[in-house]
Structures are given as structure tokens and as C-alpha cells.
Design a protein around this ligand. Structure first.
Ligand SMILES: Cc1cc2nc3c(=O)[nH]c(=O)nc-3n(C[C@H](O)[C@H](O)[C@H](O)COP(=O)(O)O)c2cc1C
Length: 392
């Protein structure tokens, strides 16, 4: 396979059963070049060089945060020591657990070894986000992976703009990087622009940002990186990378031209990457870096049970289904779950259908109600008042 752009040539070669990539400034690739060893590029050469330099990592490869410490402190440390970056799965952890994990990671990694923290949007409970950001600022966390955002929040702006300063040679120093995981162009658009003025002004008024931080914030985008999440093992909009990546690249180019940022916004890929071939495909699509989730659940460092790891080891690509996401149930968000041998996805989807159809449990007709009382909800039904909707 070989594709050309005006100034760059990108080739993926199948050599001895392995896909190898070439991305070069040269105008032409002659077949004789392909036989030369210089074309056998290594994993270190994949992805955006400046991205790797900025993060101080060897590989443009990230382990994404996974809920309740599935992306554990041990994964984060193992990644950091090996020249990658991993994000701690802070979602669902108590603040003292996050704090203790931060301390562990900071004590295990040397200066310059990269690590980051996941930050989940909590529109209905902004105090969770706020206190998490307090912790990140207290411990000098430089890299945050922001997820589940539909809009920019004050906590996110506070994290991004705190500590901004202009050096003597006029460069804006940005101590806090945000990698925004998005699967929709409108959300990417929010992250590719400077922080919303209204939020900045409010933070300024509250004394949570200095005048200079607020002013410098208007020259930088909210996120340093956009990670384009195609259909994944986490929350998923079930998007297709082939369709989504070019759209996001165009958006990035548009906003880079509009705001003339001095720091480039990098665009990476996530979702469905679990093999070297899929990783190669993501780089061919122009990813500056790749990020994986599901595949890391099978590592010894993952903060998950042996039972889950055993199930994951056994399944194949066709053995998954979509189910409603517990934490974003009202929004209709979905997660990808194991289907093979489990009732969970079909039962969860049935309950979600009932939730949409009825206002209260006692509106459900007797036959249907009895079936779900008996087979699914059981004693848990007693917990809900008559007027309450299931699951709320
Ligand atoms: C079990 C599981 C839990 C996840 N939890 C989170 C989370 O709490 N926060 C987050 O930003 N992403 C979460 N993700 C998404 C991953 O960080 C990553 O973006 C995604 O898994 C990449 O797609 P892949 O699973 O196809 O590799 C989770 C993914 C999985 C599989």
C-alpha cells in the first residue's frame, strides 16, 4: 500500500508478515528504497516527534484511563518507566484513593518519566470535578486526559490556565496539558478554541485565576491534544475511525489557521486498537499518537479481577454488545460489554427500553412488570418509590 501527498509520502509495507510504516518528506519512493534497511522503521519513529519530545516519551503510545483504577497506578508506573505515558483511571475512586495513587506514582517514577490522570466530566456534580482538579494542582499533575465532556467546564479551564506565564522571549509557557477524548466534531470544536470568555471572567472574579493567566488563556486552545475516539471498549458513540479522523484533521487545520496558535494541536486515535496492524492503520490515517484501553485490561498490572481477565482472554471480536452506560444513563450513552455467555447486555437494554417507555414502575403492565421483577430486578425493586423511574 502506498499513498502520496504533495510534500509527504506515506507507505505501509507488509514485510515478513509485519506491517511497517514509512512517512517521509521525499517526493518519491522508488522500489529500490523499499529494500533498504532505512525503511524498516521502528516503533520509536511512529507518531509526532514533537509530541514525544513535549511529553518526554519514547513512543507515541498512550494507555487511556479506565474507571475505578482499572488503569491502575501499577500500569501508569510500568508505562512511565518504559517510555510511554499512562493515565490513572480516577473515575469512581474516592479522593483519598486518588491522592494515595498520585503519591505512589510520584514516588516510583523518576523526574522526566511521564504519567497523567484521567478527569471525567460531572455536569450534575461539579464539585467532584472541582475537588479532583484541586488535587491535580496540589500535586503538580502536568498531564490530564479529559473525557465525557460535552462542553467546557470551569474546573477544566482552571486547570488549563493556572500557571500560564510569558517568558522573557515572549513564549507562553503552559504547565498543564489536556488531552481531550472526543468522538464528535462539536466537542472537538470546543476543545480546539481558547477557554470560553464567560468562564474565564467568572474565575477571575472569584480570584481563581490571575489577570495574566486569564489574558494568556485567550492565546491557547483548551486542549493540547485531541484524541479521536472511534468505537471503543469504554463509552462509545460507535463512530468509525476512517470517517472521523479526516474530519477532525480538517477541523484542527481550520482552528490552527483561525487562531494562529504557536503550539500545534495534535490529533491522535483511539478505539479498536488492539493489534500491531490496527496501530499501523491509525498512523496511516495520520494519527500523531495512539491510545488503547481494552487491551490493557488483560495485563497483570490492570486493576481488575482474575475472573474478568479470564473472560476477556477467552472472547473474540464478535463476542461483545452495547449496553446502557450506568453513569450516563439519562443521556442514552452506551458502553461496549462482553456478550458471550452473559445475560447482562440483553437485560440492561430491556430495562433501558422500559425506562424510556414508562414514567413510573407502576405504569408497567402486570405481565411485563412481573417478568422483570422476577428475572432482573428482584429485591432491588423495593428500593424504588412508586413515582421513581427505574434506575434513577
Ligand atoms: C473497562 C473500561 C473502562 C474505561 N473507563 C474510562 C474512564 O473512566 N475514563 C476515560 O476517559 N476512558 C475510559 N475508558 C476508555 C479508554 O480510556 C480508551 O479511551 C478506550 O478504551 C480506547 O478504546 P479501546 O477499548 O477500543 O482500546 C474505559 C475503557 C474500558 C475498556
Amino acid at each position: 500500500m502506498c499513498s502520496r501527498r504533495i510534500d509527504k509520502v506515506c507507505c505501509g509495507l507488509l514485510i515478513q508478515g509485519k506491517i511497517q510504516l514509512i512517512i517521509t518528506e521525499q517526493q518519491e519512493v522508488h522500489s529500490k528504497h523499499l529494500e533498504q534497511s532505512q525503511w524498516n522503521i521502528t516503533a520509536e519513529r511512529l507518531g509526532d516527534a514533537k509530541f514525544k519530545r513535549d511529553y518526554g516519551i519514547k513512543y507515541a503510545y498512550i494507555v487511556g484511563g479506565m474507571y475505578k483504577g482499572i488503569a491502575s497506578q501499577e500500569i501508569v508506573v510500568a508505562m512511565g518507566r518504559s517510555g510511554f505515558i499512562g493515565y490513572l483511571g480516577t473515575g469512581g475512586l474516592r479522593f483519598n484513593e486518588i491522592e494515595s495513587a498520585i503519591r505512589y506514582i510520584q514516588s516510583e517514577l523518576k523526574d522526566g518519566q511521564a504519567y497523567g490522570m484521567n478527569l471525567l466530566c460531572h455536569l450534575d456534580q461539579p464539585e467532584i470535578e472541582e475537588q479532583t482538579v484541586d488535587l491535580f494542582l496540589k500535586y503538580g499533575i502536568r498531564y490530564v486526559e479529559a473525557a465525557a465532556y460535552m462542553q467546557i467546564t470551569p474546573s477544566l479551564v482552571r486547570y488549563r490556565l493556572t500557571g500560564l506565564r510569558r517568558t522573557n522571549d515572549g513564549i507562553i509557557e503552559i504547565p498543564h496539558s489536556i488531552l481531550a477524548k472526543v468522538s464528535r466534531p462539536e466537542v472537538a470544536t470546543a476543545f480546539m478554541q481558547p477557554a470560553p470568555e464567560q468562564i474565564v471572567n467568572k474565575l477571575l472574579e472569584n480570584g481563581q485565576l490571575s489577570k495574566s493567566e486569564a489574558e494568556l488563556g485567550s492565546y491557547i486552545p483548551m486542549s493540547t491534544e485531541i484524541c479521536v475516539e472511534a468505537d471503543s471498549g469504554g463509552h462509545t458513540d460507535q463512530e468509525v475511525a476512517y470517517a472521523l479522523m479526516p474530519v477532525m484533521h480538517r477541523l484542527r487545520d481550520e482552528f490552527m489557521a483561525k487562531y494562529r496558535y504557536t503550539h500545534p494541536i495534535r490529533v491522535g486515535a483511539a478505539g479498536g486498537i488492539g493489534t500491531p496492524e490496527a496501530a499501523a492503520a491509525a498512523f496511516i490515517l495520520g494519527a500523531d499518537f495512539i491510545l488503547t484501553g481494552s487491551i490493557n485490561q488483560c495485563t497483570v498490572e490492570a486493576g481488575t479481577s482474575d475472573a474478568v481477565e479470564d473472560i476477556l482472554q477467552m472472547i473474540n471480536v464478535q463476542n461483545t454488545a452495547y449496553a446502557p452506560a450506568g453513569d450516563m444513563f439519562d443521556l442514552g450513552a452506551k458502553v461496549q460489554v462482553v456478550r458471550e455467555g452473559l445475560f447482562f447486555p440483553s437485560r440492561a437494554n430491556k430495562l433501558y427500553e422500559l425506562y424510556k417507555m414508562y414514567n413510573a414502575l407502576d405504569e408497567i403492565d402486570e405481565k411485563t412488570g412481573n417478568k422483570y421483577r422476577k428475572n432482573i430486578l428482584g429485591d432491588r425493586l423495593q428500593k424504588y418509590g412508586k413515582k421513581q423511574r427505574p434506575f434513577t
